[in-house]
Ligand binder design. Sequence first.
Ligand code: ADP
Ligand code: ZN
Length: 750
Amino acid sequence: MTSSPARPDRVISVAVPVPGLGLLSYLAPAGAALHKGARVRVPLGARSVVGCVTDTDGSAPADQELRTIGEVIDPEPFVPGDVVDLALWVGEYYASGPGAALALAMPPAARDGTRESFRTTRIYERVEGASISDGPAPTARQQNALDALAAQATGVSAGEAAKQGIGAAMMRTLVARGWVRARDEVVLRDPFDDRGEENAEGGRWSADVAAKPEPALTMEQADAYQRLEDAAAGHTFKTVLLHGVTGSGKTELYLRLARHIVSSERRVLVLVPEIGLTPSLAGQFRARFGDRVAIQHSALSDGERHDQWHRIRRGDIDVVVGTRSAVFAPLAGIGLVIVDEEHDGSYKQDEAPRYHGRDVAIVRARAHGALVVLGSATPSVESASNAKSGRYDLVRLTKRVLDRPLAAVRIVNMREEFAARGADIALSTPLIDAIRDRLSRAEQTMLLLNRRGYAVVVFCRQCGASLECPHCSVVLTYHKAQRRVRCHYCNYAAAVPRKCGACGGEYLEQAGIGTERLEADVRAQFPGARVRRVDRDTIRRKGSMTRVLREVARGDVDIVVGTQMIAKGHDFPAVTLVGVVGADVGLGLADFRAAERTFQLLTQVAGRAGRGEAAGEAIIQTLYPEHYAVRSAAAQDYDTFYQREMEFRTSMRYPPTVAMINVVVRSKTPEGAMADAHDLVKRTRHRHPHGHVIGPAPAALAKVNDEYRAQFFVKGQQRKPMRAALTAALDERPELKRRVTVDVDPLSVM
Ligand code: ADP
Ligand code: ZN
């Protein structure tokens, strides 16, 4: 008979990559070497999954039946402990559970339990001192081959040897005789290497790696730099907002501060937005820091990402430059975190975990006692408000380097243009005149319009009904080149019907202007001009973006027409005119950040014109010439914009004056979505009686991909009770979890 003993085994906590699951407890044999951050195979229902150990001496209720772990994949921590903690924080804060967050912290293939998978190449080398007189004498051909190999001290690859006439069969013989040795050498897949695989953006990172000579700082830069260096001196956590107008030379400050940190043997993490900026900023770091810079970017090949991750993990790297998910890079001893263009929307992930890279970066820096520098010409309202309240230090750069003037900005009231020339025009008279002027001086023009396609809607002249997507509650866009209408949400496409589906009317008209139509209008207006369009329809294939950028840089293009894709991050010195064809796309939306986004886009655009020697001009066509977002962008007046925007956010109780969680419930029917949302609202209110739960209501996009969407918001001052109430409500209705999206600190509520 045995008395009931204490558990002989240890209880460990494991995060598994299953959405909605919290940490799971398992038994581990008492003697097993187990570390936090190691991967283990564990039973889950009838399956076996790879999870990550988050705690090695956990506890579980004594009456709980625990299963025993399977294979221990890593004998040492795989994900560093501080990154495990960071992922757990993300899982909790963004209410996504720990599994999805930990998956972000692993390189490709690691999630299914694969150990390192480096690419190797076989190298052959002459064995020194292996006497050829001992064995059978080599034929003359073998002797020649051995002489050739002896001349190459570091060995040759099979491919190189073949080129020198030493074939595979010959090599096998030489190896078998003991005269030649074969070994496998790791080939690092380096995203900076021109021979590597092309990334999805089509660019090689080396595109502009050419090292620029280090300029002497301007007085304003020098002051700012000194303040940043002082802030870093304490080796304690601190956040600085570096608010510098476009072209004020923020990058130079990043580079110098990074060098300062690296020289004191700490490491640097640099986050950049998703498109455009990575190659050039990464290239500049590479030029200054050599191969101790690693890149982490979702557009890298899996092989490149794998190799970069392991180089960082081994400590071979001082500086990591990457997009959002690089915040989880296995970098130790971080002394500085830079978040460039901190206001950029691409820092927020739009699937679970819906984390914000900037905010997670700040949490990571706190754990390392590091300095955070948030850089922007148009800081997010959140960061500016933190600077105002004193939570962040503020360092400002108000001048462009070399006193290059900011672009002159002109606002064109499109209501007047439409009244005078009809509502179907894309280009106003002032913009046409300005383009003609540029063409005559062989200068370049950039035209921005944030809508793809030819016409934005197709409608019936008889009954007014517009063509809608059968699967989503949005209108279909007409694409002329394909002669089809398309849905930009679910990609549904169809031929243009000949009759109206609602009334049978035979006159279907198009309205609204997309980039395809803008390009056609520009070509018709300026027959001799060389025009290029850049949007997701023309930039499909790998490399096409890089190609267009090169053509523009070489001066082979007069007018670039494009979506936001071209507005960000690219430096076009010869562009002296930027036209914003429709500045109102954002302002019409029922989204509390519409004005902020419009202000940011217009300010950045105005900052782009005239980056080179020639003075620049920006022309903004708008239906809302009096709107404060348009006016303050034209005046490059951040402070006025911020003040007006904060008045709006305060009166409407929007972030950052309150914390907010956006919840979307999806269902096959509109009634089902509303009923489930109602139920969750009731349960959430019950658990958080003093909180504000607003809704539910049909979402602004009421139907996407055949699913109906209802929406509600939780608002309050403290996220913790808000989140707890919501999570508890969902735990009572676990069957809803697959159909509910929880977005903490949403960027968009559409
Ligand atoms: P920002 O990021 O603030 O918009 P950049 O860092 O891109 O500005 O700087 C704009 C341009 O000025 C770049 O071409 C950069 O190389 C150059 N630059 C920066 N600092 C100096 C300086 N002190 N002297 C001369 N040129 C500089
Ligand atoms: Zn659709």
